[in-house]
Design a protein around this ligand. Structure first.
Ligand code: 0L1
Ligand code: MG
Length: 258
């Protein structure tokens, strides 16, 4: 089958828009590769921008050693965040319109300056205005979560929604020594360290810059970066109250409605 990237972008975009799962793209298109998948991702974002959404930041995915090993990859993946994906702290997330959403606890950065290319930890630190507790709601659009790395990249790395807690300046914080405690509806309590995020959340930001640089892109002041998850993701159920506490940083929460 010939590769029509615009049509693949339409397929993933429609699935996200309707919350209607689709088969893996690679099932019918085994020649898709990772770079082409990032092109499909960007074409699907163009469809969102055409509907009035705007780019507000980026996310890193598969940042834990366990997830990378599971997918057989040596580097994380990234996706785009739009304003329509933001959920206010304390707000309700509607399950209707999503496929099978899960939540994961993360650290997020808001950037104070532009940053791009190959940067060291000091340069990455200098670009950060504020650090936030954050939760990402991921919602793979593929039936029964059956996907390859290439599929998940085309699907904007399962990005669905995210919530940021109060931010604080980075000075005085040990970004690799934060403990993240996630409670999902009193059903599931998970704990993880920020060092599980690509070894160090700053290295996740550095890696994002390096990966974007391959396409001649970078990050802009004011953008949000979700650095990655500190634990496995947990399925959401209607009625859940979801709370993330990070001592030394802040707390953030949302509820789940049918
Ligand atoms: O943000 C993430 O780490 C999610 C990566 C996509 C894989 C999934 O949907 O589980
Ligand atoms: Mg994530």
């Amino acid at each position: 089958m010939t590769l029509d990237l615009a049509s693949l972008a339409q397929t993933v975009d429609q699935a996200a828009l309707e919350g209607c799962p689709i088969p893996m793209l690679t099932a019918d298109h085994p020649s898709l590769d990772i770079e082409t998948a990032y092109t499909v991702q960007r074409l699907s974002m163009d469809r969102r921008y055409a509907r009035g959404e705007s780019l507000v930041g980026m996310k890193m995915g598969l940042t834990s050693k366990a997830k990378m090993e599971q997918m057989g990859v040596h580097e994380p993946i990234y996706g785009h965040l739009t304003g329509a994906m933001t959920l206010a702290d304390g707000a309700a997330f509607q399950l209707a319109g999503s496929c099978h959403p899960r939540v994961e606890p993360e650290i997020a950065f808001t950037l104070g300056t532009d940053i791009s290319g190959h940067v060291d930890r000091n340069q990455a630190l200098a670009a950060i205005a504020t650090v936030h507790p954050a939760m990402e709601i991921i919602d793979s659009r593929f039936t029964d979560f059956k996907f390859t790395l290439i599929d998940v990249v085309a699907d904007n790395t399962s990005a669905c929604a995210y919530v940021l807690g109060p931010g604080q300046a980075v000075a005085g914080l040990d970004l690799a020594a934060l403990e993240l405690s996630l409670d999902v509806g009193g059903r599931e309590q998970l704990k993880g360290m920020s060092s599980a995020i690509y070894g160090h959340p700053l290295d996740s930001l550095r890696q994002l810059c390096a990966m974007l640089d391959r396409r001649g892109e970078g990050l802009q002041a004011g953008q949000t970066v979700l650095a990655g998850a500190a634990t496995a993701a947990v399925f959401l159920q209607a009625g859940d109250k979801v709370q993330l506490d990070i001592p030394g940083l802040a707390s953030v929460g949302f509820s789940v409605e049918a």
